[in-house]
Design a protein around this ligand. Structure first.
Ligand SMILES: [Zn+2]
Length: 296
């Protein structure tokens, strides 16, 4: 069976839609419909946006003949599918583990049809408002920033440095001092991003390759621990070091003893079981772990 997401070029179809949904909405409607058809069809864009088609073949995608100037018929690997996004022109290519592997752009308006796709690398770095982007641009501008190394499959933060808020600067009205503080911030940000790149080069040398590192379920962060995002404050933390599975230590009021063992606010005693003998030992809060010398 051959689906044809590209066949929405008929002016009469658009005219019919204009009559049905009214005026300029018809174009948006057509784009949304183009997205819906693309998501269920066995085609991908011919244009790989400066990436090699071989890259997509390494993912297991088999390319067949083009169906028109924009799309080529493909066989996707078992369990892969295309998923519409909130934006009518963008569709995700999703693998068998539910991870976005490529972004597909398709503008379906009859007067300007274009399509391309981009493979998504497992790892990237970026500077963003502390805790990530939201819809509140005004509040976001004033927030401190963070430079992070991101695992795009899990949204896990593998490396992070905190940055101050970006100073507001208007080149038309602000003087040299304001300009200098803005330039200083840009230096700081570029410095942080340089460190992020160095960290990636050291720990994941093939990080720019969009087909690398996808076998792993999770990737290890700084000091070997996986980074998590606290569901309470949205800040990153390291499982077993600065947080538990329920969130970061500061949100949960958890303290850690010299052995790094976590104590919940109300906990006064841990019971340990010796797996060899089944013997139980109670440790009071503030005591050292059984069989270990207290750290000075
Ligand atoms: Zn928290």
């Amino acid at each position: 069976m051959e689906n044809r997401p590209y066949a929405e070029t008929d002016l009469l179809v658009l005219l019919g839609e204009a009559l049905a949904v009214g005026g300029s909405n018809a174009i948006e409607y057509q784009e949304a419909r183009g997205q819906a058809k693309l998501a269920t069809s066995d085609v991908l864009p011919i244009d790989c946006n400066r990436q090699e088609r071989a890259l997509f073949e390494q993912m297991g995608i088999v390319f067949h003949e083009p169906v028109d100037g924009l799309f080529v018929r493909v066989d996707l690997p078992e369990g892969w599918h295309k998923a519409p996004t909130h934006h009518a022109m963008w569709t995700d290519l999703v693998d068998n583990r539910g991870r976005k592997r490529a972004a597909i752009f398709y503008r379906a308006a009859f007067y300007d049809r274009s399509a391309h796709m981009n493979a998504v690398a497992r790892l990237t770095y970026l500077t963003q408002p502390d805790g990530g982007y939201t819809d509140d641009y005004a509040a976001e501008r004033l927030k401190p920033k963070e430079c992070i190394v991101l695992d795009t499959a899990t949204d896990g933060i593998l490396w992070r440095v905190a940055l101050p808020p970006e100073p507001p600067y208007n080149h038309a009205t602000d003087g040299p001092e304001v300009r200098q503080s803005w330039l200083d911030y840009q230096d700081l940000r570029r410095g942080a991003e340089f460190h992020a790149e160095c960290w990636l080069n050291q720990h994941f040398p093939d990080w720019r390759n969009p087909v690398a590192y996808w076998d792993a379920e999770t990737l290890a962060g700084r000091d070997g621990g996986a980074m998590n995002t606290c569901p309470l404050c949205n800040n990153p933390y390291r499982l077993g070091y600065t947080g538990t599975v329920r969130g970061c230590d500061s949100c949960l009021g958890v303290t850690r003893d010299a052995e790094g063992y976590a104590w919940e606010p109300a906990e006064t005693c841990h019971i340990y079981e010796d797996v060899a003998t089944g013997k139980l030992t109670a440790v009071q809060r503030g005591d050292a772990l059984p069989g270990e010398e207290p750290q000075l």
